[in-house]
Design a protein around this ligand. Structure first.
Ligand SMILES: *Cc1c(COP(=O)(O)O)cnc(C)c1O
Length: 287
């Protein structure tokens, strides 16, 4: 049985005002339209379905918030327990509300995301427990579907894909998805905050990207590069998405546009910017 809440099939929206201002053909992949408000639902459906098939009783994850909200919801849907490990003070409160609302258990650890991840790995070594972080390959398999959708929605590959760069699982998933379905990659530009450890964009507040090696390999293959922006640029891009295109996303989700504003696409190129999560998830981050 597939554990689903109706994830995926999200809109690919044209961005006429931003396109004109930036001199590109810009499309926004609106992942805030997923059931728990972020792209994490794509992979969580697969990971929790496979956990049930394997006889698991409990899913475990470390999270900056969105993996938590998603894991807890899909676990509830499947009748499993969810144990969510977060760095104390590192998670937007709305995302913790989402976990509690569906009965997930929250464990706070003092330290960084990496400390939370180490603790989650330890918990997941218990019998019947499955780790549903992006190191679980089923997560990546589910997230690949966003690349398939973009190919269908555009009728082919874009020239450039930009997206926020936290742990890098999503960049890896897009690269795998495009290779599998099109045999080629758009130029990939994952965008990170210069203030990785403290950025106001809490969804990408990750000091050591766990998928760095795979991301670097995909960049080399696609001719792309990591773009590093500061928080003020992320906030400016976040505001532009709202005011110029009517899209209210969480701050981390605007990182791809901030990278584009830095000139990661040439005039006239067809660009997809992945808008990873909904604005209601982190409403206090930006005034
Ligand atoms: C998880 C997440 C990211 C970062 O994705 P990675 O796969 O860790 O690089 C970016 N934005 C949002 C909204 C997220 O939930």
């Amino acid at each position: 049985m597939t554990i689903t809440l109706g994830e995926g099939n999200t809109p690919l929206l044209q961005a006429p005002r931003l396109s004109e201002r930036l001199g590109v053909e810009l499309w926004l992949k609106w992942e805030g339209a997923n059931p728990t408000g972020s792209f994490k639902d794509r992979g969580m459906s697969v990971a929790v379905t496979r956990a049930v098939e394997g006889g698991a009783t409990t899913v475990v994850c470390a999270s900056t918030g969105n993996t938590a909200a998603s894991a807890a919801a899909y676990a509830a849907r499947a009748g499993l327990e969810a144990v969510i490990v977060v760095a104390a003070g590192g998670t937007a409160s709305s995302k913790l509300v989402q976990v509690r609302a569906v009965g997930g258990r929250i464990v706070e650890v003092d330290g960084s995301f990496s400390d939370a991840y180490a603790h989650a790995e330890e918990l997941a070594s218990q019998n019947g427990h499955v780790l549903v972080n992006s190191t679980n390959p089923d997560r990546i398999e589910g997230q690949k579907t966003a690349a398939f959708e973009i190919l269908e929605q555009l009728g082919g590959l874009p020239d450039v894909l930009t997206l926020p760069y936290g742990g890098g699982g999503n960049t890896k998933a897009y690269a795998l998805g495009f290779m599998e379905a099109a045999g080629a990659l758009p130029r990939l530009h994952p965008v990170e905050s210069a203030q990785r450890a403290t950025t106001l964009a809490s969804a990408i507040r990750i000091t050591d990207p766990i998928h760095r090696a795979e991301v670097d390999a995909a960049l080399a293959q696609s001719g792309g590069s990591v773009v590093t922006v500061d928080d003020a640029e992320i906030v400016r891009a976040w505001r532009a998405l709202g005011r110029e295109e009517g899209l209210f996303c969480e701050p981390a989700s605007a990182a791809g546009l901030a990278g584009l504003e830095r000139g990661s696409a040439k005039q006239g190129e067809r660009v997809v910017c992945v808008i990873t999560g909904h604005g209601l998830k982190d409403p206090d981050a930006v005034g």
